[in-house]
Ligand binder design. Sequence first.
Ligand code: IVH
Length: 672
Amino acid sequence: MIDEKINQKYLKKIKLFNKYNKYYYDLNEPLVKDHIFDELKKEILNLEKKYDFLNHKDSPKNSVGFRPSKLFKKVKHKIPMLSLNNAFDRKDLINFEKKIFNFLNEKSTQIIEYSAEPKIDGISASLIFKNGKFITGLSRGDGKEGEDITENLKTIKDIPNQIKSKNFPEEIDIRGEVFIQNNDFKTLNNKFANPRNAASGSLRQKDPNETDKIPLKFIAYAFGYEKGLNIKSQSEYLEKLKEWGFKTNPLNKKIKTIDGLIKNYNDIEKKRGEIDFDIDGIVYKINNFKLQKRLGNVANAPRWAIAHKFSANSGVSVIENIEIQIGRTGALTPVAKIKPINIGGVIVSNATLHNEEEINRKDIRINDTVVVERAGDVIPHVVSVNKEKRKSNSKKFIFPTKCPCGFETIKEFNKVTKKFDAVRRCPDKGFDCDKMSKERIKHFVSKEALNIEGFGKKIVENFWDLNLIKLPQDIFKLDYDKIENLDGWGKLSVANLKYSVNLRKTISFEKFIYALGIRHIGLENAKIISKNLKSLKNFIALSKKNNFDDLINIDGIGETQVNSIKNFFKNNTNLNVLNSLEKVLKVTDAEIIKNNGSLNNKTFMFTGKLSNMSRSEAKSIVEKNSGSIVSNVTKKLDYLIIGEKPTNRKVEAAKNLKVKILDQLSWLKMLK
Ligand code: IVH
């Protein structure tokens, strides 16, 4: 049953994938932005990875594009025209390199050189030259088989018809991108939505005379089959291409290290608007051909290359309303309800305005035309206002001083900055503020807290409005008969909900503290408190004794946290919640770490980058083996573990104090 559901979901995605492909490759009329297509591709591949029974002939792992159009003769590529895997951030790049080192079975301390080439968003083509003469030109097609578009390609001035250089290989399939420059596209005023579609469309005209009318350009960057090409690296190849009379990208660069790649990426992204053709990222290729060869391909992409994509991330819209949302900690956050717009393929209808000060500073008003940005996982936000578009009757937005629950709001004084906060808050009355209470319940059931499966934010809102839940303990006294009769609910879904709720009646002390949603008590602080107080009884006892010394003395818990907990206990509703939950839940005591691991009684500190392991993983290994982590080099430190590029100051301090210094391998050996 479950497998069938997954299969259905998978087939639906494959169907959509085929549809997108057809519109993109065959009709030159993309239905969605590239990254939506990329996301779908990724989702399908992820599903296939997770469930090995999923396998469809149209899976992206089996094809690069769509089948070639019927207009042209089909020709098999001697060497397939591959696709590239995508990277979106530093993490993806690190992962890419890590996989390379793993595959080569080499230490990650080795430095790889890349050829970094801006990725032109055009149409790739393969040009076959024999004895210096351009013989056949093919489109990519599905990667295995392309269309014979020789005559159309011959109209492109950047493609030499005859190459006389002595060192030109006897045979070679030169690959590159056909595209239209943006200024040329503007003068075309035809039916194409963007330069890429125009390039694709004109390249696949039946009549080459029609193609000739379009100022297509060609930039070379790769090769397929070759006979007589004697070079060792991609950068050498790019040089040769220039010698032979091809255009190459002037922004191509040889770069070492991921930091270097990212710097170049940022520099080029800034310049993106000034470049006269569309680029949608940077392609990184391992420069050395020997390494490329060893790495080979995986599915339909090389292991030795990756495309670091740019994000399409802003758009213009109109603010239809400004709403004030109240968060779990009482912060009043203004949110602009905007006319829905598509930003990088995602429909955005809400944009945060951050806080009152931000609204005042930018003088943001209802009905304003604004630029909205959406980048990565960050919530979309309003970047700027176009005041020229503002009507004369527009009114300044007055920020409310009362929370919708009725309490007068406050701005807290920050002792460190000696300034009042920019954020206006409902005073911390916890569950007494309806808005905060709803958010607290959402937090209580959320993944990192009680983790009640299927109890999402919408259900909390719905149950709240129906008076089914007002406080966290109500979750354990739900009227399931009533729920069964609600719209969208049935016997099975209610049984599932009941099961999920009951499953979480046993919870660890640390999760419980976190789930309460006390301000300033996040997961880390909850962990520390749990480790030190050990049980819920001891926690509740703090308030009963009205003595918080036990908390104050905990290393890692500061005045802010202690005050917040004191404040929590001062509120009667909170005490009621705590007592009721104690009755319905089984809160398990903190586990006592057994002091018998191989690192018992030893203190450790790490500096530099560890290989194949994150810092937090290393710390957790130490703790699991009964050792402890310290954050300063002092006499109390037993071992300083050094990774790649350690901080010299720490190493010197350790030497002076005669602290033992170990590399990662020797440390791992201590674990036995
Ligand atoms: S290398 C095996 N280099 O990106 C390597 N591709 O998603 C495959 N592209 O089909 C191609 N600029 O249309 C390469 N400097 C560059 C590129 C580039 C643009 C396009 C090309 C390819 C697609 C891969």
